[in-house]
Design a protein around this ligand. Structure first.
Ligand code: IVH
Length: 698
């Protein structure tokens, strides 16, 4: 359809450099408006028709906003066919359509303090109030949904669609454990309610899903949002159930009583209270994250605070949502056809950007896998300068047809490593060079092998320096034995100096020699010594993870640790026994089995033990819940009742079915039964799921 794509992309890049302040005259505005419409139409086509965008969502948003801003400034330049006059749809054919009870509007975006102050000014102007209370919560980056409950029952759930009509995906939503199938809305006099929320995949699970996809030879998802949205569209709810989706709910958009009276703004008065209510009804809502702010300064402070902790939050968020807290003001403030005037999104810096791939190098990992790493023209993504990106494997390069010199769209989602979403082929000049995979290990020169059915080329020399260095660095890393001061660079240096040639060598380091090295003072050597000493007493799941067994991530390491007393016990486990553990399939079981049937590995574990590294669970760890009795009520989202029981028992606690004076804790899950009242009557302490998990160290 478009013949001059290169020109349009170039035009896009020019337009992205503009800001409304720099456009002074109406004549200039008119010219830019026309250009914006032309490029936006093109990007809409790439996105919706081809499902193959050439710019990031953030960049698209920026173009769109400039157009909206210019049209607002010069309303007579608005035309019926301007892209601003329609709302995008994500409808797909296969699902039945359903009309939302309240239109699913989107949010206006803001990017800085000034935008937020403008918003505050507008709210005050329209309401005529001098002071406005706001509630501020994270903006979850997943797939939007609307849930309808009637007479306490979950009756329907839908995607956003075009805002008025969405896809009815009720069967897929019913498998999501954080969406209660019933909730006691009647307690609040509510007959029918529509709640909006977002379906998400935690960052941790996202990593795991991608790891599994790679192992199965499937292309990884670019980010948790795509993984969540893609999963919701699966035609088989059973498959959906396997994806571990979660749902946060964050807005009541419709609520009426038996007589059809609206309860929003009358009985349900404050947004923050409605979030608390939803939480108490068993939903996952941002109850702990929400903050009520007295003024816009507080709002700005809270947004900044979250910008800082964004990476450590378990879910991907792309900003904060600022909402007027008093729901009775919603009607006064009203909405445009796109967004309500009582809320605004404060967007964090984008996670995507386009840049040039300038070179490719090949790195050897701790399992010998050779990974192509792309060197990029440095580009800032979400406050971090990105200059390299994993190109995953040869298949990935072939599938995306990545060439040196290409303009590429890069995404950095959370703490996930940067990823090439796509190549902008339309920008090719013809000078791009294909990527040639090496035949020999770049570290030790051994011939590389690619086992049948695998996508990865490997160096199978176990003593390959690159592999050994990686294994040591992994062992010392934060998530494993957490030895501060022994990062990858120091490991490399010690290795090259001959000070460190194996994992056990960490506990035999010659500190007198290290003291003489440049850059090592007494203090840093003392700190390193201390960190190494401390690492001898880490819980054994960290040691298991640190051993670097192929396919054994942190979650599997914990599962293994829960089922053994000492790491070395694993040498007696059969593949079948390993497979009987939660989430361990044949491939992982075989890999663990092989690891513990390799003499060198057993020798290494014995050596570590001799050097003082704790390979068995400490008594304290094991008997932590001794003398305590637990009772469960309601459904837990973490795990089955059976599993929870196992975990309590593994730590020396007891589980009983009924509450009595002897009960130490009643653990209250979703939709608790009569045990809760009994516990309250007897004064038995209760724990919510999170508190329970914390207590047992999960
Ligand atoms: S409130 C009428 N709150 O962001 C406004 N939306 O870009 C109702 N989103 O369409 C939405 N987190 O899908 C609201 N805490 C939050 C949110 C949130 C994510 C999504 C929502 C919306 C989109 C706008």
């Amino acid at each position: 359809m478009y013949t001059k794509e290169k020109e349009l992309i170039e035009k896009t890049r020019q337009l992205l450099k503009l800001s409304i302040k720099g456009i002074k005259t109406k004549k200039d505005a008119e010219k830019i408006i026309n250009e914006l419409r032309e490029v936006i139409k093109y990007h809409d086509w790439r996105y919706y028709v081809l499902s193959s965008p050439v710019i990031s969502d953030y960049e698209y948003d920026k173009l769109f906003h400039l157009l909206v801003a210019l049209e607002e400034k010069y309303p007579d330049l608005v035309t019926a066919d301007s892209p601003t006059q329609r709302i995008a749809s994500d409808l797909i054919k296969e699902f039945p359509k359903v009309r939302h009870l309240a239109p699913m509007l989107s949010l206006e975006n803001s990017y800085n303090e000034d935008d937020l102050r403008d918003f505050d000014r507008r709210v005050k102007e329209i309401t005529g109030l001098d002071e406005i209370e706001y509630s501020v919560e994270p903006k979850f980056d997943g797939a939007g949904i609307a849930l309808v409950y009637e007479d306490n029952l979950f009756i329907r759930g839908a995607t956003r669609g075009d805002g008025a009509v969405g896809d009815d995906i009720t069967p897929n939503l019913k498998v999501i454990k954080t969406i209660p199938l019933s909730a006691n809305f009647k307690r609040y006099g509510i007959k029918t309610i529509e709640i909006r929320g977002e379906v998400l995949i935690s960052k941790e699970l996202f990593k795991k899903i991608n790891q599994e996809r790679l192992e199965e030879g499937l292309p990884p998802f670019a980010n948790p949002r795509n993984a969540a949205a893609g999963s919701l569209r699966l035609q088989n709810p059973k498959e959906v159930a396997k994806r571990g989706l979660e749902a946060f709910v964050y807005q009541i958009t419709y609520a009426v009583d038996e007589n059809g009276n609206n309860l929003l703004g009358t009985k349900i008065k404050k947004h923050s209270e409605s979030i608390k209510m939803l939480y108490e009804l068993g939903f996952k809502s941002p109850y702990k994250e929400i903050k009520v702010c007295k003024n816009i300064d507080d709002v700005i402070g809270y947004c900044n605070e979250w910008q800082e902790k964004r990476d450590s939050y378990p879910y991907e968020i792309d900003g904060m949502v600022v909402k007027v807290n008093d729901i009775s003001l919603y009607d006064i403030l009203g909405a445009t056809s796109h967004h309500p005037r009582w809320a605004i999104a404060y967007k964090f810096q984008a996670r995507q950007a386009t840049t040039k791939l300038i070179d490719v190098v090949f790195q050897v990992g701790r399992t010998g896998a050779v990974t192509p790493v792309g060197k990029l023209e440095p580009v800032e993504i979400g406050g971090v300068t990105v200059s390299s990106v994993s190109l995953i494997n040869e298949d990935f390069i072939k599938e995306k047809d990545i060439r040196i010199g290409d303009l590429v769209l890069v995404e950095r989602a959370g703490d996930v490593i940067p990823y090439i979403v796509k190549v902008i082929k339309e920008a090719r000049t013809g000078n791009e060079k294909p990527i040639v995979f090496p035949k020999y290990c770049p570290s030790c020169g051994s011939p590389l092998v690619k086992p049948p059915g695998e996508a990865v080329w490997r160096c199978v020399n176990a003593n390959c320096p690159a592999q050994v260095k990686e294994r040591i660095a992994h062992f010392a890393s934060k998530d494993a034995m957490d030895i501060r001061g022994l990062g990858p660079r120091i490991v490399e240096r010690f290795y090259d100096l001959g000070l460190l040639r194996s994992i056990p060598d960490i506990y035999r380091l010659d500190f007198e020699k290290i003291k003489q090295l440049e850059g090592f003072g007494k203090k840093s050597v003392d700190n390193l010594k201390k960190a190494i000493e401390e690492s001898k007493h880490r819980p054994i799941h960290r040691l298991i993870y640190g051993l670097g067994i192929r396919y054994v991530g942190q979650v599997t390491a914990r599962t293994l640790a829960e089922n053994i007393k000492c790491v070395e016990d694993l040498k007696d486990w059969t593949i079948e026994q390993l497979e009987s553990l939660e989430d361990i399939g044949y491939v992982v079981a075989k890999s663990i089995y092989d690891f513990f049937h390799n003499e060198q590995n057993i020798k290494m574990i014995q050596e570590l033990k001799k050097l003082g590294v704790q390979t068995c669970k400490e008594e304290e760890e094991e008997g932590k819940l001794k003398g305590m009795t637990f009772v469960f009520t309601g459904t837990l989202s973490c795990c089955s009742r059976e599993k929870a029981k196992e975990m309590v028992e593994a730590l020396g606690g007891k589980v009983s079915n009924s509450v009595s004076k002897k009960t130490t804790y009643l653990v209250v899950g979703e939709a608790p039964g009569s045990k809760l009242a009994k516990a309250q009557k007897l004064g038995v302490k209760t724990l919510n799921e999170e508190e329970f998990l914390k207590l047992i160290g999960k």
